[in-house]
Design a protein around this ligand. Structure first.
Ligand code: ADP
Ligand code: MG
Length: 267
């Protein structure tokens, strides 16, 4: 299964991705998480440090792709989850999307896609243009992380449009939304009424999740010494089990931008 996780910046994609990856590994799957955000901190809570990126490694090898081996770019993280960071061009220069496209090519050449049961792409989703849409060419499912606010749902709607577009030529489905850092879901519910798609889980703001990030650990690792965190792990295990069951998913039909403003605003 190939899974592409998208969502607005800072919404909790990487946090959610790392914990879903561990949950999938707990279910016996060989998991590879690929950070496709130039921020290159996707896998930080799995490894506990910022691993060298594909771009770092390519630079070191003078862009001789044939000199790059799997062990140069794939690091083992918590729970046996394998980790890759695409990296990005220097801030303010070059094209981050291009880097994602190149990462896909290199990992395919390294046969990394064949050697794992689950590939999870963690991709920034403010703009799903060019290279940042590349993971959708490979994914079976897209999963969107959102909160109960306008901005994240606006980004979700854009991502839904990209899924609809890619689904014309690829066997891609939207598995659904994960609500994150929210107790309220009224706007999420309003949105899925107008653009029907499953809501897989709603995670509240949990202080221990924030702390887990600062400690460079997943919530599963923290739960080893603090069993009171097991209910938090359960959220992620539920999402993992849902995905492993091969959900039908949807090809969404996004709402026009203006209609979304009307739907989700108070004026
Ligand atoms: P993204 O990858 O979308 O940019 P991150 O996963 O890096 O976002 O999350 C941003 C911040 O939000 C992190 O500090 C993370 O610990 C925190 N966070 C994510 N989900 C939760 C949650 N459910 N409860 C509390 N804090 C969270
Ligand atoms: Mg991230």
């Amino acid at each position: 299964m190939k899974l592409a996780v998208y969502g607005k910046g800072g919404i909790g994609k990487s946090t959610t991705s790392c914990n879903i990856s561990v949950a999938l590994a707990r279910r016996g799957r060989r998991v590879l998480q690929i950070g496709c955000d130039p921020k290159h901190d996707s896998t930080f809570t799995l490894t506990g440090f910022l691993i060298p990126t594909i771009i770092d490694t390519l630079e070191e090898k003078d862009y001789h792709y044939e000199d790059v081996y799997a062990e140069d770019v794939i690091y083992e993280g918590y729970g046996g989850v394998h980790c890759v960071e695409a990296g990005g061009p220097p801030a303010g220069a070059g094209c981050g999307g291009y880097v994602v496209g190149e990462t896909m090519k290199l990992l395919k050449e390294l046969r990394a896609f064949d050697e794992h049961d689950v590939i999870l792409f963690d991709v920034l989703g403010d703009v799903v243009c060019g290279g940042f849409a590349a993971p959708l060419n490979y994914a079976d499912y897209c999963l969107i992380i959102t909160d109960n606010g306008f901005d994240a749902l606006f980004a979700a709607n854009r991502i839904a449009a990209s899924v609809r577009e890619k689904a014309r030529t690829h066997p891609l489905k939207l598995a659904g939304l994960v609500g994150n850092r929210t107790n309220k879901r009224d706007l999420i519910d309003k949105y899925v009424e107008s653009v029907p798609m499953p809501v897989l889980e709603i995670l509240p703001l949990i202080e221990d999740i924030r702390i887990s990030r600062v400690k460079g650990k997943t919530i599963f690792e923290m739960a080893e010494s603090d069993p009171s965190l097991e209910p938090v792990c359960q959220y992620y295990l539920n999402i993992a089990d849902h995905l492993l069951a091969g959900p039908e998913g949807v090809v969404p039909k996004e709402t026009p931008d203006r209609a979304l403003f009307e739907l989700l605003s108070d004026f």
